[in-house]
Unconditional design. Structure first.
Length: 604
């Protein structure tokens, strides 16, 4: 006889009159004057069990039940009495009259109630096994599974094959910091865990496997935040003999299909925006189009104003001045308070801004006298008129300004745009639209100049192909080079990104020259790829999607930790297993490692 016949959450009125056997955990036990009600739970949901005292042996077991006991129930499915139907549950129209009740395993008192919505993340991660029993987490992980299955079905239908690539590879530190694994056999040598399967998937294209994918773990030893983990899951895809447009069309179709089949959501059109346009209008290469605020370019307007913060930024190399008009922000009732404005000024400092200038537009009919701000007196009439004309400001509006190097302005005012749009003020005043807003961002620069290192670095990675005709600029003017890179963005999150790859060794060498990677360095780090490109490498390209990010967006969770079974904290620790941990001296000796005391361990 099977231990169970049905999942608890799938017992519905379709089973009325049938005898079922269920297994699950006690969610709640209620004693109603001689009749005991037990809500039991499994991954599919809840069902209500009714225990009558007529069956004395069974009833005695029911009296001893406590939360999180693992139990088995056999009973008759019957309709709930009138007035007790629960429309929020699949099983809400029925209950199970218990005939037999077995405790499969009792539980000690849990450290928290599973229906407590105010648990700290530390508590949740320390007791992650119990946290994973909560319906919130079970729904998230079930959705993650369905997303993975939809991806696999789509790729399989389009001729892609799943090929694994190594977890122990060569350290090629061109992106984030590698996680290193010491070799016991090769004294003083280390493997690196993959930051992505980038080089191997290109090798697979050279090897003739023209449609590859895998859903795989990747590792980056970098500072963490809500959408980062030291180990994360990537939907990694590469294909040969497709153009950039064909690649984007195919994988737009994949994401559209996944959202439709898992959430019944139609993502609609995917507008295409260049990197330059995204930075110009929103200060970001992953703009959240739900926020109805845009930058107003004012650099050319501010070159000769007396306010040195503006004129200095407008005339410096790589400087920028922008305005961000907030409709209704200066209204006496319902506008932004002085305290809120001051808080925003502190907020932008996180991104390198020195402050946040503003103008309140009180009454346009009064000209300069209708504007309220300490900076107005230092801006001449022509510039003020142009600011008002370009921003389209009306009475009651507030204009914030950013003036500095373009990166500081983009980062600070771009973050301010999002913060205001998502605020209660933004939502009340129609500055935020609750919707799904995807887009493609294309035409990224090939390189960006690192002021500290005084050299160029790759914006995506060194294997991204340049636009047709841009190859020679890699030597003469790297800053002009545009890549065949592309990112898919949804609601301000980069869901995935990729590029057409370099498939010719001579072009790859030009990239290394622009990055000041010597032939010796290139051969040492990437020699196996460069050698392979000489053997008739096909034109190829691909992209990688962050599975964790996709599911986080779908669930509306605040952190990707809520869609990962056993995540790390922001300090890259597992509170459940207490990893990372020390290891004994014998293991270190086998790996030829001796620990050198740090200042911290010396102090301890």
């Amino acid at each position: 006889m099977a231990m169970r016949s049905h999942y608890c959450g799938l017992v519905t009125e379709a089973l009325l009159g049938e005898t079922v056997t269920l297994c699950g955990w006690v969610n709640r036990r209620r004693d109603h004057g001689g009749v005991i009600f037990v809500d039991i739970r499994d991954r599919e949901g809840y069902v209500q069990i009714v225990c009558d005292p007529d069956r004395a042996e069974m009833f005695k077991v029911a009296e001893g039940l406590r939360n999180e006991f693992c139990i088995q129930v056999k009973g008759l499915v019957r309709a709930r009495p009138e007035g007790t139907v629960n429309d929020n549950l699949k099983s809400g129209k029925i209950e199970v009259l218990c005939h037999e009740l077995n405790v499969l395993n009792p539980s000690v008192t849990p450290p928290f109630q599973l229906d407590d919505d105010n648990l700290s993340e530390t508590t949740r991660l320390t007791h992650r096994v119990l946290d994973l029993r909560r319906p919130y987490m079970q729904n998230n992980l079930m959705l993650r599974y369905r997303v993975s299955m939809e991806v696999r079905k789509f790729l399989d239908a389009n001729g892609f094959i799943d090929i694994e690539t190594p977890m122990l590879g060569k350290s090629t530190p061109e992106g984030a910091r590698d996680y290193l694994v010491p070799s016991r056999v090769h004294d003083g040598h280390f493997f690196a865990l993959p930051q992505s399967p980038q080089l191997f998937k290109q090798l697979l294209m050279v090897a003739g496997y023209d449609r590859y994918y895998q859903i795989t773990k990747c590792f980056r030893d970098e500072d963490l935040r809500a959408d980062r983990q030291p180990e994360f899951t990537q939907i990694d895809i590469e294909t040969s003999f497709l153009s950039e447009q064909e690649i984007r069309d195919m994988f737009q179709g994949m994401i559209t299909t996944v959202f439709k089949n898992t959430l019944n959501v139609d993502l609609g059109e995917f507008p295409v925006m260049t990197f330059q346009e995204a930075a110009h209008r929103y200060g970001s290469d992953k703009p959240d189009l739900r926020v109805k605020l845009e930058f107003t370019e004012l650099t050319d307007v501010m070159t000769d104003v007396d306010f040195k913060v503006f004129s200095g930024a407008a005339t410096m190399k790589g400087g920028r001045v922008v305005g961000l008009c907030i409709p209704g922000g200066a209204r006496e009732a319902g506008g932004l308070s002085r305290g809120e404005i001051d808080a925003y000024a502190e907020f932008v400092k996180i991104y390198g801004a020195k402050g946040l200038a503003y103008i309140k537009v009180n009454d346009l009919t009064k000209g300069r006298d209708g504007l309220q701000s300490p900076i107005v007196k230092n801006i001449h009439d022509k510039a003020l008129a142009e600011v008002l004309a370009r921003t389209g400001a009306k009475d009651g509006d507030l204009i914030f300004f950013g003036a500095d190097k373009d990166k500081v302005v983009n980062d600070a005012i771009g973050a301010l745009r999002i913060k205001i749009g998502h605020s209660e003020f933004g939502k009340k005043n129609g500055l935020f639209e609750k919707s799904w807003r995807p887009l493609w961002v294309v035409d990224f620069p090939m390189f960006e100049f690192d002021e500290e290192a005084q050299r160029y670095s790759a914006v995506h990675h060194p294997f991204t192909a340049p636009k047709e005709g841009h190859e020679d600029w890699m030597v003469t003017a790297p800053e002009k080079c545009i890549s065949q890179g592309y990112d898919m963005v949804l609601n301000g999150w980069e869901m995935g990104g990729g590029s057409v790859r370099i498939h010719r060794a001579d072009v790859q060498q030009k990239v290394f020259d622009a990055l000041k990677i010597t032939p010796e360095e290139a051969q040492d780090k990437f020699g196996f790829l460069l050698d392979a490109l000489q053997y008739g490498a096909p034109p190829h390209g691909g992209l990688a999607f962050g599975l964790d990010r996709i599911v986080t967006l779908m669930t509306g969770a605040e952190s990707i930790r809520d869609v990962i079974a056993f995540p790390k904290t922001q300090r890259a620790q597992c509170l459940l297993t207490q990893a990372p941990s020390t290891v004994d001296e014998k293991q270190l000796r086998e790996l030829h490692i001796r620990l050198r005391p740090t200042e911290l361990t010396k102090a301890v």
